[in-house]
Write a protein that binds this ligand. Sequence first.
Ligand SMILES: Nc1ncnc2c1ncn2[C@@H]1O[C@H](COP(=O)(O)OP(=O)(O)OP(=O)(O)O)[C@@H](O)[C@H]1O
Length: 591
Amino acid sequence: MAGKKREIQLQAVINTQSLWEEMLQNKGVTVIDVYQAWCGPCKAMQTLFRKLRNELNEEEILHFVVAEADSILALQPFRDNCEPVFLFSVNGKIISKIEGANAPLVNHTIINLVNEERKIVAGEMDRPQYHEITLGDPNADARKGSKESIDQIFSIAIIKPEAMNTGKTIEIKENIANAGFVIEAEDNRVLTENQVRDFYRQKSEQPDFEEFVSLMTTSLSCVLVVSRKKKQEFFWEEEIITEPETEPQEPPEDQPEMDTPPVVKKKWDSTLEEYLDKENIHQFCDVEEDEENVHKFIDIFFPDFKNIKLEKILALLRPDLFQAKKEDVLSIILNEGFLILMQRQVVLSEEEARKLCKEYENEDYFENVIRYMTSGPSLALVLVRENGLQHWKELIGPSTVQEAKQSLLKSLCVQFAMGSLPINQLYGSDSLEAAERDIQYFFPPQKTLALIKPHVTPEQREAILHRIKEAGFEIIRIKEILLLKEDADKIYYKITHKNFYNSVLEILATGPSLVMVLSKWNAVLDWRRMMGPTDPNEAKLLSPDSIRAQFGISTLRNAVHGSTNATEAVQAIQNIFEEIVPENPENPEEH
Ligand SMILES: Nc1ncnc2c1ncn2[C@@H]1O[C@H](COP(=O)(O)OP(=O)(O)OP(=O)(O)O)[C@@H](O)[C@H]1O
């Protein structure tokens, strides 16, 4: 059945020319994740796609596919390209391309195209004359030959106090990100006199420079490290993307909606400075682009920049917010560059609520907060982002609505104030240590037994181990064993009576297997998901990026094994590692 189009859970697999042509007949928007046979589709984006598919609920006009670059003529330019590429087709015309796993931009593009499509279907607007982009890349050879050309170019931008004080900062950052730049690091700080004189040395001859220095050193600025891909300079293709927006915008009052043209702009292909100039943002934001100076200022403002680490935090949506606006909040979280690593509903016990709401314990409404927090499910999330802790704190704002209204009108605290209590409907851990504790508490690790079978080559083993770590598993025990009957029975104790078990034993006897204990929240199910269906042929169709799809040869030589449930995992780990494992809930969602 290989090569036959078949709807898998999320994306249809397009791996022949004829399926590609068939796909171009799709009505509405098709999001095409271009992948290489050897590395599979972009896993990182699947959460976003799944979320959008559920959220937008537009099966008729929104389609997701994965298309293999090697088998499709039009995708030739992307062969041997390790970077993910996403194409967007509307009624069979490829109208936009995004290189790299830029989740916020992909998110915006899809939402816009679907909103547009909805309006077209409802007869509220005419279909725009889309410009079809050319996929051919005449400079492909130049790109291959030059590693230099795919590097990033960094700039330093300073959003000035004036913008900070008038609440324009978020808007400016959004504009920058939406134009395809990446905000790599940011810091709100009061600049010192030396820093201002140094950064603005070219203005030092201007008559009002001293006044300017004094203004700049008395209030907060926001310093950004912004990057863009160097290759944009050389072969950026003309792309049309719709103006990013999360909500469909109301037409201006003086303009009937029918006449509103789609907002179309050319993706910015030049420097940040030029972009800010063009958008008239330069009065609020200054940029340094000279390479040497940028490096100098990165060292001054962000001494740890080269060591920036992703931070994992626990976030919580309290019951009213979870019930009423979950999707809105999740969309903001993704737009802010967070990755949602895990999520689960949780009804807090009184004791848990008292711990989690300690910040309100001196308020006269504290008992009401406890009653509220234990009255229904909250949503607990593990979020990951560079500078995640600080960013989440700034995003949600202070602990009470009153405080937030005084200082941070744009915070989620104000935006999502609801119910009778004056508390912030969002919670975040106080420090990275507290986050670690909270995550362990709400997402307790579970163990599973995993096995890499003897036919797997050393290179494939490495690749599998890499994927295990990348998926957040901790390998807590590992040993290589030639699994003869006695040891194999300890692992496969549930199927020793099956008629195919002798064949399983034969395969295991062909060489050493790698036996591991993996630990993580929801480990049993997540490892089974990663393995894919038992039969590798089925896996190739249903779950093409699963381990069995990629490394399995047949049902018996299917690369890996994993415990079926938590009870079996506990037993098998105990049998083979002689380690007593306390049993964890099989399905934490239910607890
Ligand atoms: N019908 C079958 N014919 C031949 N081999 C089989 C058959 N069913 C299962 N097997 C082999 O026995 C192993 C264990 O079977 P089981 O039913 O427990 O499969 P599973 O739960 O999908 O996968 P695993 O237990 O390996 O994680 C499978 O991984 C496969 O190699």
